[in-house]
Structure formats: structure tokens, C-alpha cells
Design a protein around this ligand. Structure first.
Ligand code: PLP
Length: 386
């Protein structure tokens, strides 16, 4: 039995979205900027997909800009807004230590260009404290970027409260909703944000396509110079099959969200409880109160997460660590480190992210095999404890 528990990394394409993409590849080859029949067919299909994506986040279709994915949506939001705000003289940007690299590295790039940046620290709950934002924000702050749900631990941030703080100082608020959209209800108006990033491959759409929702009136400098596509905000001939796949996936995600969310939360809770009670010296990372329904992140004392990942893979179970293995050195997860967890704990944590293919039988199997694997690894391990 192969068990895929890495849905926060990516999801398989929903068969309905795949079918829609196949039709688009075959029949909708026109360039959406062309005025003839073929172009207008493609344009109509893009517009329908734009409406479906807008509906997923309670937005107006005209406010949705298709991008090449979540990374580009985050970059366009942060760089685009920062550059457009340059003439105001505001030169300060705020984010949190648990953001995705798409946000953190964009901040680093802007810092090199003279922007003052603040990266808010967090506590072990993994939730950004509104008080910390209140302390950091000034009337010089141009933009605050805090994610909606975290990719490693699943915690949902108090975005509405944080956005209100940003606005009270005249700053814009961007949220990376890549890990929440399609999993839990997301409403751009309810959250009160100005910019929101999405990625199709996290909700059973194709890879290489995403969107930035940008509230009407928010000015953005485009990242690319070129044609006038996407109302002058994202140049380049549209990826019609990708956009159509994203639209179909958005529609499907919205339709299934309530039932699937409840199903996954029950499975995730059972997995989490099963592991914590069957394997000694395990801890759940981050707050359990406000989390997306499919994610749990568990630390296994005296285990190197990569070794556990490989051992599980050999048993047919795909999970993930938050850490990156670069040039032979194991980097602890920057998310868990930002939450103040020790390097040991940040290095012995595994993310289990469930999804459409997850079943009771799979969860039982993981709970059954884990104690044996962990006992074996601990007997071999030279890794110290916390
Ligand atoms: N933001 C978050 C929170 C993510 O989890 C990811 C993907 O891992 C991204 C942004 C980047 O999205 P994409 O893979 O579409 O570039």
C-alpha cells in the first residue's frame, strides 16, 4: 500500500480539472488577446476560470491576476506594492519568521535595496501575536505580509486582526493563502486584506499556475515588462490550460470543502493521537486550536527527521520534513526555529499532510508501523535529546 501524506507539498490533479485541461490543450489554442473567434474562445474560458477562482476567496473576478504560481503571486504582491509605494517615502516592511521562502527571500531582496525590514518572532504556538505587530509597526511601514495558514504546522493566523492593525497605520496587508485556500473558507473581505496569494497545485489543480488577488485601487508595479495581459499587471501570453485547470480545481474545492474538511480533521486527529500515544517522547508542534484540517507536525525525540522520512518511504509512506538538506548539512526548519524550538526539536520533526486519497485504513497502517520504525532508529541514533 502506498500512502501519500504530503499534500501540503503538492496534490494530484483532480480528474475533473485534468479533463478540463485536456480539452483546453486540444481545443482552446487561440491567444486570448486575439480578436478573432479562436482568441475569444480562449478569453471566455479564462474569464470563467477567473470567476471560479474569485468565488473561492469571495472576490471580484476583475481583481484576480493569474501568475505562474504562489511564489510569483507573493513576489508580485510584496515587490509590486513596495515599488509602487516608493514615492510615498514609506520604507519599512514587516513579516513573520514562519513565512514561506517566497515571502522571506523577497523581503531579503528588498532589504538589499535599502528597505528596512522587520521579521516578527513567534512563540511555540506558531501564531503571530497582534501585540508584536503593534510594537513593530510605525507610520513608515508600507506593507505587512503575514501568511494565512502555515505550510509546515498548519496554524491559522489572526489575519483580520493583524490587517486592521496594519491599516490603522496606513500600511497595506498581504497574506499568503496558498495553504488555506481550498482547505478552509477564505474571504478576502472577511480577512480585510489588500493582497492575497493562491497556488493551484495545493488544491488539486496543476502546478505552475497561481493567482494574486489585489483589491481594487491597490497599485502594483509589474514584475515583468511586456504586453498588457492581466490588465497590465502580469505580462505574457496566458497559460490557458493551467488557468482552466485552476478554475476547475477551485470550483471542486469549494464544492467539497465542508465535508472534506470535517473528514480530514477527524482523520488527522486520529493519526496525531495514535502517534502520540503509541510512540513515546513525541510532541505536536504548534497550536492545535486554529489549524487547517489536514496538517499535523510531530517531533520525535532522538530521531533525525530525514532518517524517519526515508524509513517511512521504504514502507510506502510519503511524509515531509520542514528542513532542507543542502550540501550535506541538515538545516533545521526555519519555521520551527522561528517558534523558538530547539535545533534538536526542529530537526526531529515530521509533517503529515492528509488529503483526498487519505483513508482510515492508511491512518491505521501508519500508526501501526511507526512505533517499530522509531524504536529501531532510536536504537541506532547518535542524535541527542532536547
Ligand atoms: N507559500 C506557501 C505557504 C507555500 O506552501 C508554497 C508552496 O510550497 C508557496 C507559497 C509557493 O507556491 P508555488 O509552489 O505555487 O510557487
Amino acid at each position: 500500500m502506498r500512502i501519500y501524506l504530503d499534500h501540503n507539498a503538492t496534490t494530484p490533479v483532480d480528474p475533473v480539472a485534468a479533463e478540463a485541461m485536456k480539452r483546453a490543450l486540444q481545443d482552446l489554442f487561440g491567444n486570448a488577446s486575439s480578436l478573432h473567434y479562436y482568441g475569444q474562445q480562449a478569453k471566455a474560458a479564462i474569464d470563467a476560470a477567473r470567476s471560479a477562482v474569485a468565488l473561492l476567496v469571495g472576490a471580484e473576478p476583475s481583481e484576480v491576476i493569474f501568475t505562474s504560481g504562489g511564489t510569483e503571486a507573493d513576489s508580485l504582491a510584496i515587490r509590486g506594492a513596495a515599488e509602487a509605494l516608493e514615492p510615498t517615502g514609506r520604507r519599512h516592511l514587516i513579516t513573520s519568521g514562519i513565512e514561506h521562502e517566497a515571502v522571506l527571500n523577497t523581503f531579503k531582496a528588498l532589504a538589499k535595496r535599502g528597505w528596512r525590514t522587520t521579521v516578527l518572532p513567534l512563540d511555540a504556538s506558531g501564531v503571530v501575536s497582534p501585540d508584536r505587530l503593534r510594537d513593530a509597526i510605525t507610520d513608515d511601514t508600507a506593507l505587512v505580509a503575514i501568511m494565512h495558514a502555515n505550510n509546515e504546522i498548519g496554524t491559522i493566523q489572526p489575519v483580520a486582526e493583524l490587517a486592521a492593525i496594519a491599516h490603522s497605520h496606513g500600511a497595506l496587508f498581504h497574506t499568503d493563502a496558498v495553504q488555506s485556500a481550498g482547505k478552509i473558507p477564505v474571504s478576502v473581505r472577511g480577512l480585510g486584506v489588500d493582497l492575497l496569494a493562491l497556488s493551484a497545485h495545493k488544491f488539486y489543480g496543476p502546478k505552475g499556475i497561481g493567482a494574486l488577488w489585489s483589491k481594487r485601487g491597490v497599485r502594483l508595479s509589474p514584475l515583468l515588462s511586456g504586453g498588457k495581459q492581466e490588465r497590465n499587471r502580469r505580462a505574457g501570453t496566458e497559460n490557458v490550460p493551467g488557468i482552466i485547470g485552476m478554475g476547475a480545481a477551485a470550483q471542486r474545492a469549494l464544492m467539497k470543502m465542508d465535508v472534506e474538511g470535517a473528514r480530514l480533521a477527524a482523520l488527522r486527529d486520529r493519526l496525531e493521537m495514535g502517534i502520540v500515544s503509541a510512540v513515546p517522547n513525541t510532541d505536536v508542534n504548534g497550536s492545535r486550536d486554529a489549524r487547517v484540517p489536514n496538517t499535523t507536525n510531530i517531533s520525535f525525540d532522538r530521531i533525525e527527521a530525514e532518517s524517519l522520512l526515508i524509513a517511512l518511504d521504504l514502507e510506502g509512506v510519503a511524509v515531509s520534513t520542514g528542513s532542507a538538506c543542502s550540501s550535506g548539512t541538515l538545516e533545521p526548519s526555519h519555521v520551527l526555529k522561528a517558534m523558538g524550538l530547539s535545533s534538536h526539536r526542529a530537526q526531529n520533526s515530521i509533517r503529515f499532510s492528509l488529503g483526498a486519497s487519505s483513508t482510515d485504513e492508511q491512518i491505521d497502517r501508519v500508526i501501526e508501523i511507526l512505533p517499530r520504525i522509531v524504536t529501531k532508529l532510536r536504537s541506532l541514533s547518535a542524535v541527542g535529546s532536547r
